[in-house]
Each structure stands twice: as structure tokens, then as C-alpha cells.
Design a protein around this ligand. Sequence first.
Ligand code: F6P
Length: 316
Amino acid sequence: MSSIAIICSGGDVSGMNPAIKHFVEYSLKKGLTPYFVYDGYEGLIDNKIVEASYKDVSGIIIRGGTLIGSARSKRFMQPEFRAIAKQNLDALDIHMLVVLGGDGSFRGLHAFYKEHGVQFCGIPSTIDNDIHGTDYCLGVDTALNIIKSSIDSIRDTASSFRRAFVIETMGRDCGYLALISAITSGAELCLVPEIAYDLKEYEEDFKEQIKNGRRYFIAIVSEGIEQDSQEIANWFEEKIGIESRVSILGHIQRGGNPTIYDRLMAYKFVTHAINGLLEGKEESVICYSKKGFEFKSIDEVTSSKYHLDLELVQFL
Ligand code: F6P
């Protein structure tokens, strides 16, 4: 019986546990022996590779995070540690890997494949939704729903107090979470790294809105913009004349019970990944777009930068 292992690498997302559950169940169904690699590529190097069974994954579908842990591994960037990882896999006769991670994680795997020929399939998994070649990354829907609930709660207090709230979302250099959250929460201001802005352009309009009875403002800003969120709050106080507060949502966005959409996407991504490996796909990433699921090469996914769909801006 062939063996296959699953690894989570980089920032965890809610949706990894449903993926791990389905990985075990679908591997067994396909006659494969499933293994967990604990703690990302670090665990591959340190030989934290353990055979998995049905009972390991019972009940995990509802949990955020990842049962098998994740890590950002500096050692895996070095060939000598990748050689150790290969020895560990060989000892268990594992020649196929399913990796849940972002483009940085896929780059590491690409090097591993080129040196040692270990067959793998990547599943795009990051709340940032910033991987080129896929419209959806696992975990994004849950993160957006957590952000939505947070903004809804903040709105209650903002409206009671006549305040402006500057709410900072994660996303590194990608404004996807901020943009979608701003549109779907009816925010008055949205600032993302991809779009240049000049706060002066909002001043007259915002002051007029206050004159006309506006009690509060919701501003959604992405962590990757050049200004600090506190500077935006100061601008509200000094130039618009409204008391303001900053709320940095932080790692709350990475946790929480996976949404139905992420559970379903986890199952679909894993099924395609395992099928692809069994069909002989050597080194690919399973991507999702309007066209459906498609395997893309690591080069295609990692050679370009993800571009935010600027058409969405019209909905702000
Ligand atoms: O890439 C996912 C992400 O959550 C980013 O949005 C954020 O900038 C970063 O990871 C935070 O990383 P860490 O968990 O190491 O603080």
C-alpha cells in the first residue's frame, strides 16, 4: 500500500482541520496509508511523522486551527535540512505529500521536489487570499465572517458614542480582507495597500455628513497600508472633528469555527489533490476559479504576484 502525508505550513487557517479529516478518510478510501507531519516542515526535518487513523480525526471538523500544528521553517530553506527530511520520508516509504500553505511554503516544496523528486500537491491556504492563480484560498470565508461579526459589534458601540472607529484587518500586502469587509459592512472608508489615497479628499464630504446627522464612521484599513491605524484615527479627530478609536482585530481573524463554505472547500481541495497525485501529477497546486478546480504549476503560482480585483472597488 502506498503512503501519503499531510503537512500544514505557514499561518494556520480555519479549514485546515476539515481538510485533515477528509485527507485521512479519503486516503484510506483510496487504499493509501495516511500520515501526519506535525509542526510543518520543522516536523519533516525532526521526524515528527506519524501514521494517522479515523479516530485521530473524529470531531475535528468543527475546530479552527490545525490538529497537526504549523510552522514557518527557516531550516527547510537550506538543502542540508531538506536532505534530512527526505531520509525521514524514505524511512516510512512516503512519496506523496499534500501541503496546506501559502506561496512561500510552495516555494520550499518546489526546491524539495527538484532535489529529491518527492511528489506533492499544494492546497492554497491563507486568510490573506493572496496566491496568484487561485481565486480562493482555504480559510478566507471563515476569516471574513469573523471580521464581519467584529465590525457588527463595533458598530453598536460606535453608533452609541458618536465615534469614528478605525478597524485594522490582517492581509500583509494584500487588501482583500479589508476590501471585502468594507463593502459588505457598508464602511465609510476603506484603505488598502493596492490603492493610493489622499485623506484630504474625504474631508469636506465627511464633515458635511456629520452636519447632516451622521453619528459615527466605520473605517476599515488593511495592515499593509503605509500609515499606522492610529494616524488615521488622529486624522478623524483633528480634521473631521469626531472622537475616534482604533481596533486592531489581529489573530482573532485566524481562528474560529470553520464556516460551511470552508468545510466544503476543504473537502473539495483535498479530494482533487489526492486524485491528482494518484494520477501522477508530480508537483502542482490545486487552484480554484470561476472555471472550477485546476492544477497549476508551482512556477505559475509563485512567479507572479497576486493582484487584487480592482473592479470590486466600484462597490465601495
Ligand atoms: O499570512 C497570514 C497572516 O495572518 C497575515 O495576515 C499576518 O500579517 C501574518 O500572518 C501574521 O503572522 P504571525 O502569526 O506570525 O504573527
